[in-house]
Design a protein around this ligand. Structure first.
Ligand SMILES: [Zn+2]
Ligand SMILES: [Zn+2]
Length: 349
């Protein structure tokens, strides 16, 4: 086994670039950990926020740290207490490392653990040749799931979690926002038996892809009266459920109006500013709309559901991936993200 490896490090506390190094120590595993030889890791918006040193990073990140958390690879070593993982297993990683002892961990909600550690943020991650993680935070991949597809469990899982929370089977579902997470939600709705999926976005090209990934009806909400269109498609009743991926106040308010009474609204997208519910009396209270949010992925329900979606005819991996780069060319990948190239960028060590 080699002693040093390459990787991408946030070297200093404060704003500034990431550094590619070839002299990082290969991690030493503890009793409950596994060592993974990384095949590839996708770039997350969070990594860019850490680079820019936003408020969240200032609170959570202590440099130096190896970033990267949307990953897949092969287990090459297991700790002495690890029972259900072995050398040679192909795995992806849950980035939320729960404490196991707080109220939420004890009540089957480890995904919202209040003491959560974050792989590739609060501890070293997967922009590297090797990464270590607690064995119970790895997800076994069957041979039908490529390493690249496996990198999507973590970032796109929120979309599938949204589908789970919307109870889509037999329902008409509206999905607002057709970026990679919205597209994943759309194929998830179809995989899990939604009778009709209506997708909306402000960009026509995204709507074309939404159709390829399972949307039955697509609307540019900037160019039509979405509420009227949804009513027309549902005999005047409205959609049974809506999943918002945008986090935008306008979309959330429109989605509420598109729902039938007693419909269910699931918020996935994170707002970047305060959201006002314009007509809470009519849009929510009088019509008994259920409004909820989802955070991250349920461990491991969302992963198992997403594996089914990946194997469905609706999920189109090539529509979700934006580019592939050797890890040392990470800056080119970041430049492409920042210039608006769509899709996830994947790095290979
Ligand atoms: Zn991420
Ligand atoms: Zn916990």
């Amino acid at each position: 086994m080699k002693e040093t490896m390459c990787g991408i490090v946030k070297a200093l506390n404060g704003p500034g670039g990431l550094v590619y190094r070839t002299d990082l120590p290969v991690p030493q595993i503890g009793d409950d950990e596994v060592l993974i030889k990384i095949h590839c890791t996708a770039i997350c918006g969070t990594d860019l926020h850490i680079m820019e040193w936003d408020d969240w990073s200032q609170k959570r990140i202590k440099a130096p740290v190896t970033l990267g958390h949307e990953t897949a690879g092969d287990i090459v070593a297991v700790g002495s207490a690890v029972k259900d993982r072995k050398v040679g297993d192909r795995v992806s990683c849950e980035s939320h490392i729960p404490c196991g002892t707080c109220y939420f961990c004890q009540h089957d909600m480890p995904h919202i653990c209040k003491n959560v550690e974050l792989f590739g943020c609060t501890q070293n991650g997967a922009y590297a040749e090797y990464a270590k993680i607690r064995a119970d935070c790895t997800f076994l991949l069957d041979d039908s799931i490529s390493y690249e597809a496996a990198c999507m469990f973590e970032p796109m899982g929120a979309g599938i979690h949204g589908v789970e929370a919307a109870h889509v089977e037999g329902k008409v579902v509206l999905v607002s926002g057709c970026g990679p997470i919205g597209l994943t939600a759309i194929s998830g709705c179809k995989t899990f038996g939604a009778t009709k999926v209506i997708a909306c976005d402000l960009i026509d090209e995204k709507l074309e892809i939404a159709r390829e990934m399972g949307a039955d009806e697509v609307f540019n909400s900037g160019k039509c009266d979405l509420v009227a269109e949804v009513k027309k498609l549902t005999g005047g009743a409205g959609a049974d459920a809506a999943i918002d991926i945008t986090g935008a106040a306008a979309a959330i308010n429109t989605d509420l109006k598109c729902l039938r009474a007693a419909g269910r609204m699931v918020c996935v997208g994170l707002p970047t500013k305060p959201v006002t519910l314009v007509d809470m009396a009519d849009d929510l209270i009088y019509r008994e709309i259920e409004l909820t949010g989802v955070s991250g992925r349920k461990i491991w329900e969302t992963w198992e559901d997403f594996a089914k979606v990946m194997k469905s005819p609706y999920y189109k991996m090539d529509r979700v991936i934006g580019g592939r780069f050797p890890m040392k060319e990470f800056q080119t990948a970041i430049d492409q993200i920042q210039s608006g190239v769509p899709g996830k960028m994947i790095l290979y060590p």
